[in-house]
Write a protein that binds this ligand. Structure first.
Ligand code: CA
Length: 369
């Protein structure tokens, strides 16, 4: 009898626990955020990645933490996402930090620097080389918490109406370019223009600019640059990779339940892998279509690359003198980069050079039926 009572009692206890669990889950607040993206809806890589993050966060929180994503210009202009998050106009944003080097040149490290690290090395720096810690300290000045949320991989150098055969051909070129690359090219006579994604094509079409770079074949094809400038140059040495970032207003971040913070962090890390995978998977076919449609592929001559490399490092010296933030991060970043080069030159580079250059056997001929 006593035992049965005990069991019944335990049963009640268990039932009580079972009921309590959903009640606890319901106690998690319903939170709705707005995310301003710097990118247009037509780019399923960049804008699509922000939507993927929002969708994953919603699913991981049973629909309790909902983020609505707005394309460039819908509620915030493409290049004002930083300000909107800093001021709390929106809770979060998706952008590239090098758009804001006018505020602080050190913000470039959160995207890339000309002749900077490749995608693998950037991730190594951010997650395990102190990059996230250093950039978070920097962003704290602006009430922002930053998360790596994607990467383009090495970019193309964009679309030109005229060929660039020597350094002299850069003189007077009105060129749309993001980040510190414009400041490097300005030393060689280029007139750099910072223009948001949706506004580049009209500027190139009208002739307001002579050339424009964006990302690479898959995005560039969608933006239609090949219709108005046929020389397609590589490599985009100002973006040996380019990291995208999610910005969160620090006050809003601190108000989030811990589990929602984890969900957002996990979704950003996932997007960081998926974006470059999507670019890599789609760029080949897009490049084939562009070339079939008349795009003329051109590599920058080595003397042009060497002049740009020299100008870039002059700029880093100047920025280190002007900006304590830049100086501090550049010292750590360049040391990490040099160490990465040491390692990558051994196995990765030797392997890559061999497999890209070796004569591959012809594909087996189709069987005759
Ligand atoms: Ca670019």
């Amino acid at each position: 009898m006593k035992r049965r009572q005990f069991l019944r009692g335990a049963g009640v206890g268990l039932a009580g626990t079972a009921v309590a669990a959903p009640a606890l889950a319901q106690a998690q607040p319903q939170i709705r955020w707005r995310m301003a993206s710097s990118f247009p809806k037509s780019l399923d890589t960049l804008f699509g990645s922000a939507e993927q993050i929002a969708s994953r966060v919603s699913k991981m929180t049973d629909g309790r933490f909902e983020i609505r994503v707005f394309a460039a210009g819908e509620i915030v202009p493409a290049l004002q996402v930083f300000d909107a998050v800093q001021n709390g106009t929106v809770e979060c944003g998706q952008t590239a930090s090098y758009y804001y080097v006018g505020k602080n040149p050190a913000l470039a490290f959160d995207t890339t620097l000309p002749f900077g690290m490749n995608c693998r090395q950037q991730n190594a720096w951010m997650y395990y080389g102190g990059g996230l810690k250093l950039t978070r300290e920097l962003f704290k000045q602006y009430n922002i918490v930053n998360f790596p949320c994607g990467n383009t991989g090495a970019q193309m150098a964009g679309w030109y109406r005229k060929e660039i055969k020597s350094v002299a051909d850069l003189k007077g070129l009105k060129f749309r370019i993001g980040g510190l690359g414009g400041q490097v090219l300005a030393k060689l006579g280029v007139v750099p223009q910072q223009i948001g994604g949706p506004d580049i094509y009209p500027a190139l079409e009208k002739g307001t600019i002579d050339a424009a770079e964006w990302v690479g074949p898959y995005d560039d094809e969608k933006l239609g640059f090949h219709k108005v400038a046929k020389f397609y140059y590589y490599p985009g040495w100002w973006e040996g990779s380019a990291q995208l970032s999610i910005y969160v207003n620090i006050k809003q971040w601190e108000l989030l339940p811990k589990s929602y913070q984890e969900a957002l962090e996990v979704a950003c890390a996932e997007a960081n892998i998926h974006m470059v995978a999507k670019y890599d998977a789609n760029n080949t076919a897009a490049l084939r279509r562009l070339v079939a449609g008349g795009a003329q592929l051109r590599a920058f001559p080595r003397p042009v690359l060497e002049a740009c490399y020299k100008a870039a490092h002059e700029l880093y010296g100047e920025l280190s003198e002007k900006s304590p933030d830049f100086k501090k991060i550049y010292a750590a970043w360049s040391k990490f980069r040099d160490d990465q080069y040491l390692w990558f030159r051994v196995a990765e580079n030797t392997y890559d050079n061999f497999v890209y250059s070796v004569k591959r056997p012809a594909a087996a001929p189709a069987k005759k039926g």
